[in-house]
Design a protein. Sequence first.
Lengths: 365, 221
Amino acid sequence: MPEFKVDIQFERKDFNLKTKFELGSSGQITVVLGSSGCGKSTLLRLLAGLDTPNDGKIKCDDESWFNKFRKINHTPQQRSTGFVFQDYALFENMTVFENIGFGVSKQERVNTVNALLKKLDLQDFRDKYPQSLSGGQKQRTALGRALAIKPKLLLLDEPLSAIDFRLRKQLQKELKDFIKAQECPVILVTHDLQEARFLADKIIVMANGKISRQGDTSSVFDHPINKDTANTLGWQNFLPIESMAEGRVKTFLGNFILESKIIPNAEWIAIKPENIHFSKIKQNSLKASVLEVFDMGAYKEFHCKVAEELTLVVQRPIAEPAPPVGSDVNLHLSSKYLRYINNSYKLPSCFETSLIQSDEKSILM
Amino acid sequence: MILGPVVLTLKLALVTVLILLVIGLPLAWWLAETRSRFKPLWESLTALPLVLPPTVLGFYLLILLGQNGALGQFWYDITGSPLAFSFTGLVIASCFYSLPFVVQPLQTAFEKLDKQSIEAAYTLGASRVRTFTLVVLPMIRRGLITAVVLGFAHTVGEFGVVLMVGGNIPGETQVISIAIYEAVETMDYTTAHWMSAGLLFFSIVVLFAVYSLNKKWSLNA
């Protein structure tokens, strides 16, 4: 079972990437989450050897794939990474069988490909060309092609982004079950929050070419710690802190009580849009007026003005009574869901020990 | 009388296209990939034979290939025979003359190439040679066929450059277009008719084949 250690820097004219992380055991899915242009696809290309870092090391077990100091740089051919591209990059002139068998030696081709066709439920399409396949079939073919070479590392670049919305949920489940059964670590890149939460065992949040937070999925989602991570994970409401003492925080809008652990250099308290309620409760509450209401299907989104330059976003289920635009409301920010947020990418020590299990403790920048 | 020039023309066109493929494939790839500031300059130089009058190109080639020219003298020193007014000289001249017809369709094909398929092949362990033959060549097949056919047809039809560099030596440099010119000059209209009609028919067939293939492949793609 290969173990990966990555510590690389990549510099281009208007782009910088700096990452350091380790990958754990087989079948563990590490999801790299970030908005577009944050460098997550570049990270995959650097790992596969399609781009070259300017500095650093990539190590797979005892084998060095890249080492600037020792002038080692393995070609993509030498690395044996299974790469599933965003739009699959299937060979259009080859059948499904030929695509999957492309990287396999002649002697093993028939057996390996037949086994994968069966596993991926593609037997009926073995002689079809990519242009006649559906999105899901193309994705499975690309996955099969990458797995056929028995990769040391499986890389998936937004594997579900080209799939129809209705099918995506089902394919997420299939993909998860299938990947979990593999014998290599998996890195999956996505900008989709729900997909990341559903698929990830470990999550790496990227912002502006850097890792802003990494660790066990639920701990990262529940405690984003810094503002870049919180923004990426959909925490849209931030109140600047004026002073704080023992769980009681003073802001220019009043005092709030938090149950969360205090972190060093906290500058904001943050809350997700779905955790703000319209309620008459006095504690942890704010007076606001509704500026806009958006119907999002399953929920409604309210933009509520709490001060001259501060608008909070509130999301409530469609079934709840909705205050109309222009009305005055009382917003309740439950102490349970409020978090301290700072500007530092360093993980506070209280979170290292309690929230991340020791065997997958992350290395931080 | 007719067969000699026909055979010579086909031989010239075939040799020229083969040489141009060897030169044109890497050149077109480089032109498609380069980020050089001078890319427009290299493209202009490649395209020059498209706009230059054949006599101008032929004149400079004659200077270059003649016994006092750099290439001509070099060739004479190692082989003992002159380049100008020889079949070899004609092949070199044709390569210059038909270069854009081979390079431009290839360059367009390379520019439209799905680079991720190439990268996918690399990650699957395929060498550059294997990737080129199994992935790249099939993807550029339309450009390749267009390049071969246009290069071939254009060489078959050349006149000015041949006259300047090759002259009119039966069996050595007398290609169809020159033979037609001579037939007309000597009032042998029957021969001129046969050869002209043959060339006309050949051109129609070639263009029809290119357009049909393009249509078929664009429907399949």
